[in-house]
Design a protein around this ligand. Structure first.
Ligand code: ADP
Ligand code: MG
Length: 349
């Protein structure tokens, strides 16, 4: 009977949200033990503060849940204050998420989302727990790149939170998952900020080593909302090597600097094209722009990715090339970039 009671108490605690700490009583560690004597069960709970009114309210809620079982004896509920239950001051961190890394670019079409998808894949191949947020409201594409049919079936845990889609162990979240495929949206500033906040805090991410955020191109509202809502541990900038793209990338870099997000480095995408027939290498978008820019800014050049039809094809087919061909050249390049990012991000901790 005691076990059954304990299970029921735990279940109840799991459903009661602490109004201040925004977590369930179970999650903050309120359960201590149940003692039993001839006449009664004593349920010992821990409370982060001595607020007696609060405790009475909790007790009432718990008893509400316990009416479902009949323990056969009187049930007493006792609270003991335990300060250590108070959540640590975490700033704007998502609980359980170790590193938040934003992927940005100055303009669209440079392959930022492709890079984000392949980086997520490379980190996953290394055995890390990875999440990926597509925050590009105007052109969400991560879902498509992972072959996820657009709308998210809102499976929650009963607490109004959303479970992300999971593809090959990578947790995915996108604005697109909240909309029907052809539904157009006009997000305005405040609504946009709210949506980003939901993305970050109302999704059940679980424990993650890295949460990547694919930002929309440019330096607009979403980037700023993000910077205000969450401690981003670092940003990676994707650029193509030609001058125009580099100028935009420099602007993105300066935005990250303004909001005090460390720049972990630059990925030069579409750096060269090797003819599959004759092997000749063409630098379609000129050469080494990414490394020149990295040098100028004093940040690492994380790696270069060539133009390859396969990269584009696998994105279209719904499986990033790093997952499709995990030991191929491109996957190896992304794994190296992933390693480098993990080293760089530690430097700013
Ligand atoms: N290295 C590459 N080689 C070939 N095609 C690429 C490469 N990187 C990106 N692409 C393709 O370029 C297009 C734009 O890429 P995308 O990642 O959507 O850019 P962004 O997110 O910067 O707008 C996509 O069709 C994508 O498949
Ligand atoms: Mg994109």
């Amino acid at each position: 009977m005691k076990n059954q009671l304990e299970q029921a108490v735990r279940e109840a605690l799991g459903k009661i949200q602490h109004p201040v700490y925004k977590e369930s009583l179970l999650d903050i560690g309120a359960f201590d033990r149940i003692d039993e004597d001839d006449e009664s069960f004593s349920v010992h709970l821990k409370s982060p503060d001595a607020d007696r009114k609060q405790q009475i309210a909790f007790e009432a809620q718990i008893r509400g849940f316990l009416t479902k079982i009949n323990p056969g004896k009187k049930v007493k509920i006792r609270f003991a204050v335990d300060e250590s239950l108070k959540p640590q001051e975490q700033g704007n961190r998502i609980k359980g998420v170790k590193n938040v890394i934003a992927i940005g670019s100055g303009k669209g079409g440079v392959g930022k989302s492709t890079a984000a998808a392949n980086l997520a894949a490379a980190l996953k191949l290394k055995g890390l727990k990875v999440g990926l947020i597509d925050s590009d409201i105007y052109g969400p594409s991560i879902g498509k790149m992972f072959g996820v049919p657009s709308k998210l079936p809102l499976t929650g845990d009963g607490s109004n939170k959303i479970l992300p889609h999971e593809v090959q162990g990578i947790k995915l979240m996108s604005f697109a998952f909240m909309l029907a495929a052809d539904q157009a949206v006009v997000w305005r500033g405040p609504m946009l900020g709210k949506a980003v906040e939901q993305f970050l805090y109302e999704v059940i991410w679980g424990d993650l080593d890295v949460l990547l955020i694919d930002l929309p191109p440019g330096t607009g509202d979403v980037q700023l909302s993000l910077a205000q809502l969450i401690d981003v541990d670092g940003a990676v900038i994707v650029t193509t090597p030609q001058n125009v793209a580099l100028q935009d990338a420099a602007r993105a870099a300066s935005m990250f600097q303004q909001v005090k997000i460390p720049i972990l480095g630059i990925i030069e995408n579409m750096s060269e094209f090797q003819c599959p027939n004759c092997g000749h290498i063409t630098n379609i978008f000129s050469k080494n722009g990414g490394s020149a820019m990295a040098a100028k800014m004093g940040v690492p050049q994380l790696g270069s990715i060539p133009v390859e039809k396969e990269i584009m094809d696998s994105g279209e087919a719904g499986l990033p090339i790093t997952l499709k061909d995990p030991s191929g050249k491109v996957a190896e390049a992304y794994k190296k970039i992933a390693d480098r990012i993990l080293v760089e991000v530690e430097k700013f901790k």
